[in-house]
Design a protein around this ligand. Structure first.
Ligand SMILES: [Ca+2]
Ligand SMILES: [Ca+2]
Length: 270
């Protein structure tokens, strides 16, 4: 069965030009591919520029299922525009996780988390005993390598749901927002990349962006001119909320009653 997740993504996933397709086949060939348009003008120096990322090799070695039947995945591969003098113009890389890790996600995202404009690849990966963490990968020296991660949540079957990227603390560098345990702790976490770590900048409880069994992640990040704002639901799904940081303190503003996923889409467009 071939499922198109693009429609679901339109119902409230992060705002981005990224398109996503899912093939859920029982024969082991399932994958999720995410892509974004190549830059219209190649930047100075023609850096390697990721344009699509793909999760593949579905696995049952981690039985946690919160994503409505979307499998856990064992492999990640990336296609990128290559250097100007490469023969065919494309390059890429891939990796297969060790047996105690899986990708547990609705897709790998092409987000710039370092602030140089070039996308990294952001994905949720889960350890069979320690639960989920958020990881950013990048292509370096012709290989797909881990750039930075959060710590693991610390317990199996505990998951997190990414929201988006924006500058929440006003330092000019991108930060990533996600919801830690959207069905349990329901905490929005803002992290920023420092070396090989995604370091926590802020954490605020009482919000969520996913219900158990949904094959998509809701909410996202917008910037309407005053910095990053996370668009989430209150923990009881009664209100739509814009969450920002003011001098490091979280400030939540209600955007009205939450009626359905389309409310996220509207809110994400300023
Ligand atoms: Ca980057
Ligand atoms: Ca920042």
């Amino acid at each position: 069965m071939r499922l198109l997740l693009a429609a679901l993504a339109l119902l409230g996933a992060s705002v981005a030009a990224q398109a996503q397709e899912t093939w859920a086949l029982p024969d082991g060939k399932a994958y999720i591919a995410t892509s974004e348009p190549a830059p219209e003008v190649r930047p100075e120096g023609h850096p390697v520029w990721p344009i699509s990322a793909r999760l593949s090799e579905p696995t049952d070695r981690y039985s946690h299922d919160v994503l409505g039947g979307i499998p856990r995945w064992g492999a990640l591969s990336v296609t990128a525009l290559a250097c100007a003098d490469c023969r065919n113009g494309y390059t890429g890389g891939g990796l297969r996780l060790p047996e105690d890790l899986v990708f547990e996600d609705t897709g790998a995202r092409l987000w710039d988390v370092t602030g140089d404009g070039i996308p990294e690849i952001v994905v949720v990966e889960s350890h069979v005993q320690k639960g989920a963490r958020l990881t950013a990968y990048h292509l370096r020296d012709g290989k797909l390598r881990r750039l930075a991660s959060t710590g693991f949540i610390g317990q199996a079957n505990r998951w997190l749901a990414p929201l988006g990227v924006g500058d929440f603390n006003g330092d000019g560098r991108p930060d990533i927002a996600y919801v830690d345990r959207p069905h349990l702790a329901r905490q929005v976490v803002i992290v920023t990349q420092q070396g090989n770590r995604l370091v926590e900048v802020a954490r605020v409880a009482g919000f969520t962006n996913h219900r158990i069994g949904q094959p998509f992640i809701s909410g996202g990040v917008r910037d309407c001119g005053a910095g990053g704002e996370a668009i989430v639901a209150t923990a009881d799904w009664s209100q739509l909320v814009a969450l920002r940081l003011d001098q490091g303190k979280a400030e939540a503003r209600s955007l009205g009653a939450f009626r359905g996923p389309a409310d996220f889409t509207r809110a994400l467009h300023c």
